[in-house]
Design a protein around this ligand. Structure first.
Ligand SMILES: Nc1ncnc2c1ncn2[C@@H]1O[C@H](COP(=O)(O)OP(=O)(O)OP(=O)(O)O)[C@@H](O)[C@H]1O
Length: 274
């Protein structure tokens, strides 16, 4: 069990850029969270603080019983796995299976567990058939799955996915949705940064919205996508169904195609063909 806490965390990059200001947050083990907000809001900085790649300038980040300030990234990676935004910043092996195997091997798992976790991760990410390929012969969306597999194979309590939906087609998004279900059933905490609001409303109950270096909302989709001040400040575009519901003046929150169609069917008469 690894409880994650950020207490009044601020962060400044060495060039003076203030990337986070007084961010406080608590994530109990096992939650599935979407982290959203405009480019530059501070999302990647926030998650890099969670796995110790960055240390807070002020405030504290607590991972389980550890304060990240006194731990190395290698120590923290046992508890918090981070899938980089750009897979090419992460991949360094010339064979997919070697890349995925590296993490569990490095954690010191016995050989049998290394193989078991590697095969499980490859399968869950839909890339078993590319195990012997050079990752750089695969398209970006597949390379992203190689990095996801490499991290989930390490079996950490907390898993952070930085923009896994970028460049994914329908099948890729289905694989990701299924992956989230599986990780939740295993009791993992999964924090996902994404710009895909359809994906957010379909797969996440808790959504954290960042804007201008701060958290401006931490709530469910029903609240976030129907609150004008949050949408304005974060510049988030609600999912298409919510936009259509607003155009139709539907008086309550609608977040799925099913709900939208049901409303239309019950309120509008079909046009007669005569
Ligand atoms: N290495 C760095 N040095 C200096 N400034 C940085 C560095 N990395 C990020 N920043 C700046 O910190 C701020 C927050 O960036 P961050 O990458 O955390 O935002 P983000 O919400 O993840 O954006 P995106 O959705 O584009 O990934 C931005 O102003 C960004 O330009």
């Amino acid at each position: 069990m690894t409880h994650l806490v950020l207490n009044n965390v601020s962060f400044q990059y060495p060039d003076g850029t203030q990337a986070l200001e007084n961010v406080s947050l608590e994530i109990p083990q096992g939650q599935r969270i979407a982290l959203v907000g405009q480019n530059g809001a501070g999302k990647t900085t926030a998650v890099k603080l969670m796995n110790g790649l960055l240390k807070p300038t002020t405030g504290e980040v607590i991972v389980g019983e550890w304060n990240t300030t006194s731990k190395t990234t290698a120590q923290l990676s046992r508890k918090v796995g981070y899938v980089f935004q750009n897979p090419d910043d992460q991949i360094f092996h010339n064979e997919v299976i070697k890349e995925v195997r590296f993490g569990p091997k490095n954690m010191g798992f016995d050989l049998e567990r290394v193989e078991e976790m590697t095969q499980w991760a490859l399968e869950l990410c839909g890339i078993s058939q590319y195990a012997e390929e050079n990752p750089y012969n695969l398209p970006y969306s597949m390379r992203k799955f190689v990095t996801v597999a490499s991290v989930i194979a390490m079996d950490s309590d907390i898993i952070i996915l930085d923009e896994p939906t970028a460049g994914q087609d329908k099948i890729g998004l289905e694989i990701l949705g299924n992956l989230l279900e599986t990780l939740e059933s295993l009791g993992k905490t999964v924090i996902t940064i994404t710009h895909d609001m359809e994906f957010v409303t379909t797969h996440f109950k808790r959504i954290i919205v960042m804007a201008n270096r701060r958290i401006i909302a931490d709530d469910q989709a029903m609240t976030i996508f129907y609150q004008d001040d949050i949408l304005t400040e974060s510049m988030l575009k609600p999912p298409a169904v919510a936009q259509m519901a607003a155009l139709l003046n539907i008086p309550h929150a609608v977040l799925s195609k099913k709900e939208l169609i049901a409303y239309i069917k019950s309120h509008y008469q079909p046009l007669s063909s005569e």
